[in-house]
Ligand binder design. Sequence first.
Ligand SMILES: Nc1ncnc2c1ncn2[C@@H]1O[C@H](COP(=O)(O)OP(=O)(O)OP(=O)(O)O)[C@@H](O)[C@H]1O
Ligand SMILES: [Mg+2]
Length: 319
Amino acid sequence: MTKKDVVIEVEGLVKSYGDTEVLKGIDLTVERGTMLALLGPNGAGKTTTVRILSTLLGFNAGAVSIEGHDVRSEADDVRSVIGLTGQSAAVDEMLTGRENLVMMGRLYHLTKESAKARAEELLEDFDLVKAAGRPAKTYSGGMRRRLDLAVSLIATPPVIFLDEPTTGLDPRSRIAMWDIINKLKQNGATILLTTQYLEEADQLADQIVVIDGGKVIAQGTAKQLKAKIGKDRLELTFASDKLFAAAKKALGKKLLDSDDTERTVTALLKDTNVDVRQVLDILAKEDIKFESMAVHKPTLDDVFLSLTGKQTDSSEEKA
Ligand SMILES: Nc1ncnc2c1ncn2[C@@H]1O[C@H](COP(=O)(O)OP(=O)(O)OP(=O)(O)O)[C@@H](O)[C@H]1O
Ligand SMILES: [Mg+2]
C-alpha cells in the first residue's frame, strides 16, 4: 500500500482546562492539497483544536504533527509552515491595510521590495486595493476579515488554519470569502477550516469531521455523510385545497409530512425509483393531479442534526 501524503496528523488528542476535559480523543488526518472542515456547534472544541495544531496551546495526551514536525518538540518548524487566521490581533488598527501587510512581510524577513510586492499581490487578491490606504480601524467587518486572512498569508504558508472565517459575515461577503478560500486550495495549500455552517463545509471541504462535546461523532465526504442518514424525499404540490386534501388521504401511510399553506405533501423514499412510482400510481388511480414534483436529497443539516441528536422533529423512519 502506498503511504498517503499526510500533512496534518492528529491522534488521540486530549485537552483539559482544569478538571474539564474539552477534547476527548480526537483523531484526524489531512492529505496534501486538500481541505478538511471541522464542523461543530458552539463549544464543540474547534478553536481549542486549531490552537493546539498551531502551537499556541498545550495538550494533555495524544500526538500532533504538521508536515512531519511534532507540534511540541518542533514548534518552530511547525510555525514556519503554517498560516493562522481567526485572531485579529495580528492587525494593527492604526496602520493602513497596506502598511499592515508590509509590516508583517518585514517580520517574516522579506526584503522591503518583496514585502511591498507581496502586499500589492494580496491587496489585489482580497479586493482591498481601494481601501489599502485607509487605517484598518475604518474597515467593515468583511474587509477586516479579508485583511486578517491576507496578513496571515504574507509568507505564502503551505498549511493554512482558518477558524470560522465567515462567521458573522453577510451572505455576499461570505461568498467572496469562499472564493478566496477556494483559490488558496487551487494554489495547492492544505487547509483546515472550522465552521458551524454545514453549507460551508459542503461547499468547500473534501473531508468533513463532525465534532460535538470534544469527540468526533462522524466523518467522511459530504456525500458519504448524507448517505449515512439520508433518505430521499418526494415533495408534491397541489393547485387546490381539494386536491391537496385528497392526496393526503390517498397517500395514507406513505405521507411523511404536509404543509397546508404551500399545499405540499412529502413522502420518505426508501428506494427512490420504486417509491416514486408507487406514489404516483396511487395518485393516478384516483385521478389526483399534482402541480409540481421534486425529489430532495437530504441536506447536511439533516445529517448534523440527527448525528448530534438535536433534531426536534422526527423525520427519521416515520413512514
Ligand atoms: N481558556 C479556557 N478555560 C476554560 N475553558 C475553556 C477555555 N477555552 C475554552 N474553554 C471551553 O472549552 C470548550 C471548547 O471551546 P472551544 O472554544 O474550543 O469551542 P469552539 O468549538 O471553538 O466553539 P465556538 O463555535 O463557540 O467558537 C468550551 O466548553 C469552552 O467553554
Ligand atoms: Mg471557536
